[in-house]
Design a protein. Structure first.
Length: 332
């Protein structure tokens, strides 16, 4: 009996430990060609246990109802076959995957503004989006993908057509048996009406934290407090853990003032600001029980030629921020 009791306790401890394992992820950017083991090695070297794979669909403008996807004109990694190949090689390396199909609007228009002018156009968009996401729900099921993100930063589409999204989730669940999330923008997530129907509350975590040129870790942690309190409430109200479907900061001056800024500028490189932002977000969130982890934005396939000390973009590759991530992921 004593042996049975000990075995039961060990099983309980094992299950509890598994439940507490965080998603230590990277957003693995699509490329023109197949991914090789060499490309995956950089993900392993940073001690990531998850990767987000992002096939794309394209829309002509914010009022267009047709989504073009899985075409010969796209890069390999942006297509269904590309996503399938990426997932396969990552799984072979015991890296779990979130499949995160995304929309790109011509000229980089913000996807949150995608909005139709007529009911006819809304119905056309809904039909097109369903075709897009069901294609990848089927791939997620076939490839035993661990997590499927059903949309990314589609605020106007979500708040104006809530019933569509709820029935779409039912259709997706009839095909895909894994976990579901949606990637809401940092200022969108409180408005999403279907969190209870998903498994995770997903947030692209570009919250403004500081107006300093090089904010310190302590200043950034202080900046997180009001946002963190609101997230905890949403998590408790919906009884769902939160994940950061994207999190990251540019290696640039004032990087925590408007962290969502993606315009290509010649602003001064600030590697310290980026490293501090990474350290602050890890220390504030990874110990919280209601928080399940997240995916660094962003990680390019060709590691050796990505980022570097003269780069002011989001990637932490070959910068001090990479060492922060590597060390943290190793120990958490």
């Amino acid at each position: 009996m004593k042996k049975l009791g000990l075995l039961f306790l060990l099983l309980q401890f094992s299950c509890a430990s598994q439940k507490n394992i965080k998603i230590n992820g990277v957003s693995f950017v699509a490329s023109r060609a197949q991914v090789t083991q060499e490309h995956v090695n950089s993900v392993l070297n940073v001690n990531a246990n998850h990767a987000a794979i992002m096939p794309f669909g394209f829309v002509r403008d914010i009022n267009s109802s047709e989504i073009f996807f899985n075409t010969e004109r796209q890069w390999f990694g942006e297509t269904k076959n590309g996503a399938k190949q990426y997932i396969s090689i990552l799984h072979k390396n015991k890296i779990k995957v979130m499949l995160k199909p995304q929309i790109w609007i011509r000229r980089g228009e913000f996807t949150g503004t995608l909005k139709m002018k007529t009911e006819e156009d809304w119905l056309a968009l809904e039909k097109s989006y369903e075709k897009f996401i069901i294609t990848y729900a089927k791939l997620a099921q076939e490839s035993k993908t661990d997590l499927l993100c059903i949309g990314t930063e589609l605020e106007q589409f979500v708040v104006r057509r809530p019933e569509y999204w709820k029935q779409l989730i039912i259709k997706i669940r009839s095909i895909y048996k894994g976990k579901l999330t949606y990637a809401a923008n940092w200022d969108e997530y409180p408005k999403v009406p279907f969190w209870k129907e998903l498994d995770f509350i997903g947030i692209d975590a570009y919250f403004p934290l500081s107006e300093s040129k090089t904010p310190s870790v302590e200043e950034l942690k202080e900046g997180w407090q009001p946002w963190k309190s609101k997230m905890r409430v949403i998590s408790e109200e919906n009884n769902k853990p939160i994940i950061f479907t994207e999190f990251g900061y540019r290696s640039v001056d004032y990087n925590a003032k408007k962290p969502w800024t993606v315009d290509r500028t010649n602003e001064a490189v600030n590697l310290k600001a980026q490293a501090n932002a990474k350290e602050a977000i890890f220390s504030e969130f990874w110990e919280e029980k209601w928080f399940a982890g997240g995916y660094v934005w962003k990680w390019f396939v060709d590691h050796e030629s990505s980022g570097g000390k003269k780069d002011n973009r989001f990637t932490p590759q070959n910068k001090p921020a990479e060492e922060i991530i590597k060390s943290f992921y190793k120990n958490n």
